[in-house]
Design a protein around this ligand. Structure first.
Ligand code: PLP
Length: 431
């Protein structure tokens, strides 16, 4: 593949000219950096850029609120507004496409950590004999806190109930073999496996379907945190067999700070009456909801887990964002471009920065999305200083303690020229 690449700016220009998705960048607002120029924005893994259409969708609902007041709940009088009382319905369908789920398996609600708690309320039902939760040692802190507090909520201590799998000594990545071995070892005591789809620190992709098969084989439930997976890699969530999943929408889904999150409940659990769930009026049947009876009649979809009426102003940006994904042709074409960008950056790292920067992200395409977790190994250079120099030079990226610079070329809005510029700036800093 690398024959098609060289290290010249001309190569980046040619790749951009050949890119069928290059025009998608125009759908986004590009921040201006400290240098007074468009930033080389490589931090979409943390906060995705603003789609231009967000303003249209937000303003339409703001105007409607002003014009109609409470009637806005049932009326959608002008394009592109939607009745607030069913604001989530069509959005859930659009979202299910991005994660490869059936429409009834997905609901957009709350925040990511809140959703993890709600779903664990259903899917973590420890018994005297089966009470352990398998996580990874370097789980995102919020996930760790959520699991540890669930365990305590059920009267157990984290020490007795958490099984935390780490990379082997001296290694950065989780070994699938070690995860499988831990699942087998704790089998009879294991109630839940909760793992990321893509690891936030290393960018490693885990084999969802294999993990589900192993966990189900010992009788445990399985949930995934897809914060760094959704909008980054194609997902087949339904086919993976996972029991549940949750994700945020402000990273690769570009829906803005704190935007409403998503979750997935596998079809096999929908419509069940023998299930424990925290309930609210938005989970009960739409036809009878406003009769104000106190009989809970669960919607036979993941929407049964909804508690409150939808926060329209935190969901309108998601509509704009998912429309951009549709316009790009969905995750297939985006991944195709992403793989080319990954190969191009691999080439530049090998040719220009070898011996000075190493990537701890897996090399194999099946084990990574667009994030690169880079470690500075050049003599006499400190990673944090290098990160600060990148930021001052107009490259937006992020620093993750203790020693990783994360960058993510996002196929929706990053150009091949962005990738070239990043390597050129980093080369300059390290020279
Ligand atoms: C970004 C991220 C979060 C953030 O949680 P919020 O509830 O959205 O604040 C949690 N877990 C993981 C793995 C993340 O990457």
């Amino acid at each position: 593949m690398s024959e098609q690449f060289d290290t010249t700016p001309g190569c980046a220009a040619r790749l951009d000219a050949e890119d069928p998705l290059a025009h998608m960048r125009d759908e986004f607002v590009i921040p201006v950096g400290p240098t007074g120029h468009d930033e080389v924005y490589l931090v979409g893994n943390s906060l995705g850029l603003q789609p231009r259409a967000v303003r249209t969708y937000m303003e339409a609902e703001l105007d409607k609120w002003g014009r109609l007041g409470v009637r806005g709940h049932t009326e959608a009088d002008r394009e592109p507004t939607f009745p607030w009382e069913s604001y989530e319905e069509s959005l859930n369908h659009q979202m299910s496409v991005v994660v490869g789920a059936e429409p009834e398996e997905v609901v957009v609600m709350n925040g990511l950590t809140v959703n993890l708690h709600l779903l664990m309320t259903t899917f973590y039902r420890p018994s005297q004999a089966r009470f352990k939760v398998l996580i990874e040692e370097h789980a995102f802190p919020s996930d760790h806190f959520a699991v540890a507090s669930q365990v305590r909520h059920h009267g157990r201590s984290a020490e007795e109930a958490l099984v935390a799998v780490s990379p082997r000594p001296g290694e950065d990545l989780l070994s699938t073999e070690d995860l499988m071995a831990a699942i087998a070892e704790h089998g009879d005591e294991l109630a839940l496996v909760l793992l990321p789809g893509v690891h936030y620190y290393t960018g490693q992709v885990l084999p969802l379907a294999d993990l589900v098969e192993a966990a189900h084989g010992v009788g445990a439930m399985v949930g995934f945190d897809l914060a760094h997976a959704v909008g980054n890699i194609p997902l087949g969530l339904h086919d993976s067999g996972a029991d549940f999943a949750a994700w945020c929408t402000y990273k690769y889904l570009n829906s803005g700070p704190g935007a409403t999150a998503g979750c997935f409940v596998n079809q096999r659990h929908l419509g069940r009456t023998d299930i424990n769930r925290l309930e609210g009026w938005w989970g009960t049947d739409r036809e009878t909801r406003f009769q104000m009876e106190t009989v809970f009649d669960p919607i036979p979809t993941a929407e049964a887990w909804q508690l409150s009426n939808p926060p329209v102003f935190s969901m309108a940006p998601i509509r704009a964002s998912l429309e951009v994904f549709e316009e790009a042709g969905g995750m297939g074409p985006l991944r195709e471009k992403s793989e080319k960008q990954i190969a191009y950056l691999d080439h530049l790292l090998d040719e220009v920065l070898v011996g000075r920067v190493e990537s701890i992200t897996p090399r194999s395409l099946t084990e990574r999305g667009c994030q690169f977790s880079l470690r500075v190994i050049a003599d006499g250079h400190n990673g944090l200083d290098v990160f600060n120099a990148l930021e001052s030079a107009g490259v937006a990226c992020d620093w993750r303690h203790p020693d990783v610079i994360r960058i993510a070329p996002v196929p929706l809005y990053n150009s091949f020229a962005d990738i070239h510029r990043f390597v050129q700036v980093l080369d300059g800093i390290l020279s």
